[in-house]
Write a protein that binds this ligand. Structure first.
Ligand code: SAH
Length: 230
């Protein structure tokens, strides 16, 4: 019997053990090495961000449903995107903008690595639930906004980093505009069922882009461009 099975069998789930295993098997073995990212993934209690019925699946190697037809990304995807976003260190990241709060898990990971995180979600129910989860866990450096993130969150710009966790058809230039000089943006770009994860680095007003790997994200909701309420 594996340790994982044993902890479930005993009726007491050792989530921190599952989390350490998740990082070793799914993240380190696939090549994510940044110690800051690994430490954040070992720390953030992923099971707190998934619906009750899925708690015991929280550390598995896959995305999970979070309601409203949306999903929390696979742990490896969170790790790889975060590593690409941070870039070579050591750097102190001031502010980050995330578009697509979903469960709030990625925002919590970012909150471990940056001074301030702004995260924008278009579905009010998801935003409200993420707000409660992050407050319960004591994350005070995350600001949640219920709005259409296609236009970013201009009032708090510029950001040092921008992460998009929904698929965009093309590089979202409204978000690039809100990136400071030397800033980095990570975004799934593509028109088909799969996208390419693209890293952009802004230098002197230009965005140098690099395709990282293929990924599958739910597409951006187009919606109107004002606040979605809440
Ligand atoms: N980062 C999330 C997972 C993202 S799933 C997590 O850690 O759980 C993609 C999210 O983007 C969904 O919650 C979806 O509602 C949201 N979304 C889609 N289109 C959006 C838009 N135009 N503006 C803001 N959020 C959007």
């Amino acid at each position: 019997m594996r340790e994982t099975d044993l902890s479930l069998y005993c009726g007491v789930t050792d989530f921190s053990l599952l989390r350490r295993e998740m990082v070793e098997r799914q993240v380190v073995r696939r090549g994510v090495r940044d110690p800051r990212v690994l430490a954040a993934l070992r720390k953030v209690p992923r099971h707190e961000f998934v619906p009750e019925d899925f708690r015991h699946h929280a550390y598995e190697d896959r995305p999970l449903p979070i309601g409203q037809g949306q999903t929390i990304s696979q742990p490896y995807m969170v790790a790889a995107m975060t590593e690409a976003l941070l870039g070579p260190g050591p750097v102190s990241v001031g502010s980050v903008l995330e578009v697509g709060t979903g469960s709030g898990y990625q925002a919590a990971v970012l909150a471990e690595l940056a001074a301030r995180v702004h995260t924008v979600e278009i579905v009010p129910e998801l935003s409200a639930r993420a707000r409660r989860t992050l407050a319960r866990l004591g994350y005070r450096n995350v600001r949640l906004h219920t709005a259409n993130g296609r236009v970013g969150w201009p009032v708090s710009a510029p950001y040092d980093r921008v992460m998009v966790t929904a698929g965009a058809e093309t590089m979202p230039y409204r978000l690039v505009e809100q990136l400071g000089d030397g800033g980095r943006i990570v975004v799934p770009v593509g028109r088909g069922p799969t996208q390419s994860l693209v890293l952009g680095v802004k230098r002197g007003g230009r965005l140098v882009q690099r395709r990282l790997f293929d990924c599958v994200f739910v597409p951006f909701v187009r919606g109107r461009e004002g606040p979605a309420g809440g």
